[in-house]
Write a protein of this length. Sequence first.
Length: 117
Amino acid sequence: MNVNFWEVVIDELEYQGKTRKWLASEVGIDVSTIGMGLKRKSLPQVDLALQIAATLNVPVEYLVTGKNQSTNNNSEPEDLHKYHKYAKTIENLNSLPEYERIPIINLIDEMSKRQKD
């Protein structure tokens, strides 16, 4: 599966609680550049990619591949990407009392089984 640089950037922004407007301002681009990158599924120029990675404090490889090279496993590039996307939801779920959390987990498990069938 090909990972879209800009989708990883957006997920990372959400994970960090930051906006596209903030990123655009920090790296000196128009916010529409991010939207166009998403739409075209394009990679930015190397210097901009490096600047975005530095601003978000993540490796540029993570933004390009969705995988952090410092982890030496063969998991799909999408794994870290998914984690960042759902980290806050997982945190919220874990903060619920067990009697509320278990039915939600069971519901998710049941829905997942139905999708596989």
